[in-house]
Design a protein around this ligand. Structure first.
Ligand code: MRU
Length: 345
């Protein structure tokens, strides 16, 4: 088990859900610092809003569901230092700062809104210790995320047969979620069921989440994984090595258009050309039913320095693209495998 995002108490107990009898306060958000992988497995313990926002921005914690869990627990960690006077308003201000960290993954906004709505409900009812309630809600979001990932694994595993070659892009594994992952969850479940297959992991330029993170976590789990550069996917498909593509998503519109790491759209086009099924795996917290299509999904643009261009040369660095629904064979959520036409309400 990779403890990507957790709550750590002052006594050093690491929790992924509420455990009766464990004092939850004071406590901190604990994350794996993914910028240091695969070289070092380092944990950060945070309860300062500027540090948590910076950690999300620099991708110490990343992947749509993990960002949501980290935001909810990070909010709870920072909130415990607030005075009781004006507490609810000050928490909303912290949530606004967290919400401004990254724009594309809807899980961030979903988790923050859920935590704030819970706080408003408790404040109105004058029930419970509000600081504790925020920790409990953060832990509930984390525990639910882990359950959703396991369900995605169970629903997606039948897509994977022994001997297959599976291509994935970026990292949608345990490092991108509470545990187990979304796109990688069916792979973990199929592997646990005894089926052996090969995963081709795109390097995923410019930040190399595929070669640094996906390959690291699959190899650690004993799954056969081969790293390829992003520009090799077409050739690898042509050589007949790929039977299936599975990727995660940062935001899915009501019609099934799916935003994911830049390069995903190109893979979907290639898969269509080669007659290879292309699946997206994501929890329902990634579905933004307020958006009819993917056209209005906000796309994050990142610093030029990530690309490594020659001095003085302009850089274009969108971090995500949107794969049109007509290129998607199916979307696996915790509720099952959805086939087109997609209509999420
Ligand atoms: O920029 P990142 O590393 O946060 O991008 C992550 C992805 O694109 C993932 O594929 C997506 O969040 C799904 S994670 C289960």
């Amino acid at each position: 088990m990779l403890e990507t995002v957790r709550w750590i108490t002052a006594e050093g107990t690491v929790l992924d859900c509420f455990e009766a009898g464990v004092p939850l306060l004071p406590g901190k958000l604990r994350i794996i610092d993914q910028t240091q992988l695969p070289k070092d497995l380092v944990y950060l313990e945070l309860d300062d809003i500027e540090e948590i926002v910076a950690a999300i921005k620099r991708l110490s914690v990343r992947g749509a569901p993990a960002i949501g869990c980290a935001a909810a627990l990070g909010l709870a960690a920072c909130a415990q230092h607030l005075p009781d006077e004006g507490f609810a308003g000050a928490v909303e201000a912290l949530a606004d700062k967290l919400a401004a960290s990254r724009p594309t993954a809807v899980n961030l906004f979903w988790a923050l809104e859920r935590a704030c709505a819970h706080l408003r409900k408790c404040a109105l009812a004058r029930s419970g210790d509000l600081k504790l309630e925020l920790v409990l809600e953060g832990l509930a979001i984390l525990a639910e995320d882990i359950r959703m990932c396991r369900a995605i694994g169970a629903h997606g595993a039948p897509l994977i047969e022994a001997g297959m070659g599976i291509l994935t892009h970026c990292n949608a594994g345990a490092l991108a979620t509470g545990d187990f992952g979304t796109a990688l969850a069916p792979m973990y479940a199929a592997h646990d069921a005894g089926r052996r297959f090969t995963v081709y992991s795109d390097e995923t330029r410019p930040l190399n989440q595929g070669s640094r993170l996906t390959a690291w976590e699959l190899h650690r789990a004993g799954i056969d994984v081969v790293t390829i550069c992003d520009n090799m996917a077409a050739q690898v498909m042509k050589e007949g090595k790929i039977d299936l593509v599975i990727v995660g998503s940062d935001r899915i519109a009501a019609n099934g258009d799916a935003a994911n790491k830049i390069g995903t759209y190109g893979l979907a086009v290639l898969a269509k050309h080669h007659g290879i099924p292309f699946y997206v795996a994501a929890p329902t917290s990634t579905i933004d039913t307020a958006l009819a299509t993917g056209a209005r999904i906000p796309i994050e643009h990142r610093a030029a320095a990530e690309i490594g261009a020659a001095d003085g040369v302009r850089v274009y660095n969108p971090a995500f693209d949107v794969t049109p629904h007509e290129l998607i064979s199916g979307i696996v959520t915790e509720n099952g495998l959805h086939r087109p036409p997609f209509k999420f309400v």
